[in-house]
Design a protein around this ligand. Structure first.
Ligand code: NAP
Length: 486
């Protein structure tokens, strides 16, 4: 298969927080890969900005080390790295102060053919300062784009305030709220599979789907991010954004076109159709030490913390397509597997002509986000050999790396793909302001509920599958969580 790299216009991309963890771990290695793919035009500039005093050469050293530490090894050679580094510049700027803006402006080109984008890779408390700073210091114009990292607000009120702050300086079509889950290859493939095939869409509803499971399981704890996480918890950190976005893509109606507002209108309708969740349909957990790994409270340095590091819940979407179809969501830290999966579990055949001895079988479409991105459709066939008609489930496996060859393995990482979308001016895979607010409007009452009641999360052992009550949440409906493949 021939790789097709769609060129983008020349750009000036400013990374505020260009010395930070996200820039070093994801943004710089991602941009380097786009450079190697030939997608970064020769006359493009990547300008990092932060408070630290440093010159261009100092920043290029930092970037080289980041690419060596966090970039993929394949295809990386010193010559390519050196050529890439020539695109990088550094300007000391304090988002909260006056220093550095003039110098930053001088580094930018006033040329209608050069796209200008600012990536806010800094803590959320600086988003408004940066938006204002760009305006006040004359770095903004009608075509400028800003990329805003997560978390987008802490609740509905703060998200609204932030939307209003940004709207003072930018139009909605200039604001790119990033959720890197939407940049994943499989997530986009989910839309291709749903809307590019005749096979699935007729069955994609309450009549044929028994239930849907969305799982994001992490083995890492919160070490390092403890103070942020302890104020957030799994609901704010994962469910309100990442799991909600996955749920939207699974549940939305076909948009008329694969275009930003058409897709985002459909996602918004899903969020608005979500029912409130009863407290007995939510299980919150917090990991305890297994004797080797520290407990959540030790990681968060808060010995009395009631923040959840795990959450499982059952929710319903009240619309024609999904009425009475449960969506089971779960996510947590320090679990026994690092894996993310969406599973669409279809209903049993209405009548088994093979009798009960043949076994009860269901088709499951599993969409794996990690590891080994791909999709598997479980189909029922006859167990081979003599001995009567016994049924067995076999996977029709479509691992992208196997099906599409090395090109799939080389597929762009979520961040690099999304940054290129910003340069192209394509907002389809970014959250719109009203979507984010609707997601908070759904999560806020759930959080307020357990805070008001003073609920404590259920303890679970670090390295386990999560709290026992999470199994009960689904087992009492006669269903079970899928085993997570690692
Ligand atoms: P970080 O490691 O703490 O980096 C923060 C960056 O902001 C540094 O470059 C810092 O450099 C700069 N900075 C701090 N105060 C500044 C100011 N007043 N003016 C200008 N620059 C300032 O944070 P991070 O982990 O990279 O996260 C950045 C954003 O991405 C956050 O919103 C975070 O929630 C989000 N995010 C991060 C990850 C991740 O994997 N790290 C994942 C998802 C989302 P100086 O100290 O030199 O100013």
């Amino acid at each position: 298969m021939v790789s097709r790299v769609i060129p983008v216009d020349p750009f000036d991309l400013v990374i505020f927080g260009g010395t930070g963890d996200l820039a070093r771990r994801k943004i710089l290695p991602g941009l380097f890969r786009r450079f190697c793919a030939g997608q970064i035009p020769e006359n493009s500039r990547i300008i990092a900005a932060a408070r630290s005093e440093m010159d261009d050469d100092g920043y290029r050293d930092l970037a080289r080390e980041a690419i060596e530490e966090f970039g993929r090894k394949k295809g990386r050679d010193k010559k390519a790295v050196k050529a890439f580094l020539k695109h990088l510049y550094y300007v000391p700027v304090d988002a909260k102060g006056e220093g550095g803006w003039k110098q930053l402006k001088e580094r930018l080109r006033d040329d209608d053919d050069v796209v200008r984008a600012f990536y806010f890779s800094v803590g959320p408390s600086l988003f408004s300062d940066l938006a204002e700073g760009l305006q006040v210091n004359g770095l903004s114009h009608r075509d400028v784009r800003i990329v805003v990292e997560k978390p987008f607000g802490h609740d509905l009120e703060s998200a609204r305030e932030l939307n209003e702050e940004l709207a003072k300086h930018f139009h909605e079509d200039q604001i790119y709220r990033i959720d890197h889950y939407l940049g994943k290859e499989t997530v986009q493939n989910l839309m291709a599979v749903r809307f590019g095939n005749m096979l699935f869409e007729p069955l994609w509803n309450a009549q044929y789907v028994d239930h849907i499971q969305i799982t994001v399981s992490e083995t890492v704890g919160v070490g390092g991010r403890g103070s942020y996480y302890d104020n957030a918890g799994a609901m704010r950190d994962m469910v309100q954004n990442h799991l909600m976005q996955l749920l939207c893509l699974i549940a939305m109606e076909p948009p008329a076109r694969f275009e930003a507002d058409a897709v985002r209108d459909e996602k918004l309708k899903v969020i608005r159709a979500l029912d409130p969740v009863d407290p007995d349909q939510i299980v919150r957990g917090q990991y305890t030490s297994d004797g080797q790994m520290p407990s959540y409270r030790e990681d968060a340095e808060n010995p009395t913390s009631k923040t959840e590091s795990y959450i499982a819940l059952k929710c319903y979407i009240s619309n024609w397509r999904w009425a009475n179809t449960p969506f089971y969501l779960r996510t947590g830290k320090r679990l026994n597997a690092q894996a993310s999966e969406i599973a669409v579990v279809f209903k049993d055949a209405p009548h088994s002509i093979f009798g009960i001895d043949a076994g009860r079988h269901r088709n499951v479409l599993s969409i794996r986000l990690q590891p080994n991105e791909g999709m598997t459709l479980g189909v029922t066939i006859k167990e081979p050999g003599p001995g009567g008609m016994r049924l067995v489930d076999v996977p029709l496996d479509m691992s992208f790396a196997e099906a599409l060859g090395p090109e799939a393995e080389e597929a762009a990482d979520a961040y690099e793909r999304l940054i290129m979308d910003v340069i192209r001016g394509n907002q389809t895979l970014f959250m719109r302001g009203d979507e984010v607010e609707a997601a908070w409007a759904w999560t806020d009452p759930l959080i307020e509920g357990w805070e008001r009641r003073g609920d404590s999360p259920k303890p679970y052992d670090a390295g386990s599958g999560g709290p026992d009550d999470a199994a009960f949440l689904i087992n009492r409906d006669g269903r079970r969580w899928r085993r997570i493949q690692t």
